[in-house]
Design a protein around this ligand. Structure first.
Ligand code: ATP
Ligand code: MG
Length: 421
């Protein structure tokens, strides 16, 4: 039981009018046209459909001629984006992939006339369903609807062969267990370990994209548990050595990734909280996470563990805030709470919230006076001593924020300056 109420077929009224019109135009020209893939799957499950993808027997050049506004999105693979009523629809010519020799992408694309062969090259049966909106016919040669009802991810055809063709499919399979709450059908899961060599050849960009989608799924732990027991994880992130080694740490990772609120970077930090910061940063770089993603995850990881914040003075909390930075403070608390439980925060969430809301000063730039005012009052020139003096003022303000007023700070500056002479 997966909790989805699976429809018996596609509700034609759910298909956006422009998508239907595109199919009508293609049909009028004698071509076949279907909605297909993830949109059909999600619609049958009663999930929100992000993009209604279409496929057709018309060649891409023909599609470009038949519609006024088109974009040659992936023309080599037969995909043309048709813009209609300001909405974008990907229209892909029916294909059968050629030989896969590198485990990444098909070497050649063959365009076909029949929908069955196109569905046969897709990864899982639940993704290999098409619907003809003109005839009202569901095309489901691999039993995808049955698998939707049973909550099963089953490879189309021979799983070992299908995984061998494209290493990304094992990651997609793991992801769908998390986003749909489905199980991998046993023979499909059993074929994963044999496909790990192919997974190694998948580009880091595609791996990153799958990880981000997985982290955003309903229950990401389901996917990462699959990855752990099939060996995917050991290939993808060797730094996360053997989740089996200390099961309690890994269990905390899995609980943490589910409990942690988005964004995905927070969930990633929760999942990988046991990886040493330098190894984690090297992995993020190798997996082509963006500079911003890398900086965020690294900052989150470096802020852990917190220690015992229940015993911190207000000054300690403000010094901690300055160290981790305003932007990641709340995400750090989310990660700690997800991994160790809210109690581990010892009330830090409320204290940090109040301080941030009050607009506490955390940097020299946020002091109530600037360097110019200090130089003028003390007759100083720009110098290292000035920097030291301002840093000292910030320390005083972190200890007691009521000092963050121009006169108070100037008086403190004078005292500090005198004592330096
Ligand atoms: P989501 O959009 O939620 O990521 P999806 O299944 O729609 O999932 P897309 O990348 O949008 O994924 O692909 C659309 C369809 O193309 C899939 O449903 C599937 O039929 C097919 N497909 C995508 N990637 C692969 C692949 N690596 N191997 C085989 N078929 C694939
Ligand atoms: Mg999709």
């Amino acid at each position: 039981m997966t909790g989805w109420r699976v429809r018996a077929s596609v509700d034609p009224a759910a298909i956006p009018a422009p998508a239907r019109e595109i199919c009508e135009v293609l049909r009028a020209e004698g071509y076949g046209a279907w909605v297909v893939g993830g949109c059909v799957r999600d619609h049958l499950l009663g999930r929100d459909v992000a993009d209604w993808d279409l496929c057709t027997s018309a060649r891409p050049e023909r599609v470009m001629k038949l519609f006024v506004r088109t974009i040659p999105t992936g023309i080599a693979h037969g995909t043309v984006t048709v813009v209609r009523d300001r909405e974008h629809f990907e229209v892909t010519t029916l294909r059968g992939d050629g030989e896969y020799t590198d485990g990444r992408r098909p070497d050649a694309v063959r365009f076909l006339d029949d929908i069955a062969s196109d569905l046969a090259r897709r990864d899982f049966t639940v993704n290999a369903i098409a619907y003809d909106p003109i005839e009202g016919i569901l095309v489901d040669p691999h039993g995808g609807l049955d698998d939707l009802r049973r909550g099963l991810l089953r490879a189309v055809g021979d799983p070992a062969q299908r995984f061998g063709e494209d290493g990304l499919r094992v990651l997609r399979g793991a992801r769908f267990t998390a986003s749909l709450g489905f199980d991998l059908e046993p023979a499909t899961e059993a074929a994963i370990p044999g496909a790990l060599g192919v997974l190694r050849r998948v580009s880091p960009e595609r791996v990153r994209e799958e990880w981000l989608k997985t982290l955003k799924a309903q229950t990401p732990s389901r996917a990462f548990a699959v990855m752990a027991r099939t060996g995917i994880l050991a290939v993808t992130i060797p730094a996360l050595t053997a989740p089996g080694k200390d099961p309690s740490v890994w269990e905390r990772s899995l609980r943490g990734v589910d409990a942690c609120p988005l964004p995905a970077t927070s969930r990633l930090a929760a999942l990988l909280h046991s990886v040493e910061p330098p190894l984690l940063e090297a992995w993020l770089r190798a997996t082509k996470f963006s500079n911003e993603e890398r900086a965020t995850v690294a900052a989150l990881r470096r802020a852990l563990p917190l220690g015992a914040p229940g015993g911190w003075s207000d000054g300690d909390v403000r010094r901690w805030l300055r160290r981790v930075g305003r932007e990641v403070a709340r995400p750090v608390l989310d990660v700690v709470a997800a991994v160790e439980g809210e109690a581990a925060l010892g009330g830090l969430r409320e204290r940090v919230g109040a301080m941030l809301d009050a607009g506490v000063a955390l940097s020299v730039a946020e002091l109530a006076i600037d360097g110019n005012a200090v130089m003028e009052a003390l007759g100083m020139a720009p110098s290292r001593a000035l920097g030291t003096l301002l840093a000292g003022l910030l320390e005083q303000v972190l200890e007691d924020p009521s000092r963050n007023h121009p006169e108070t700070l100037l008086a403190l500056a004078v005292t500090a300056h005198d004592s330096l002479r």
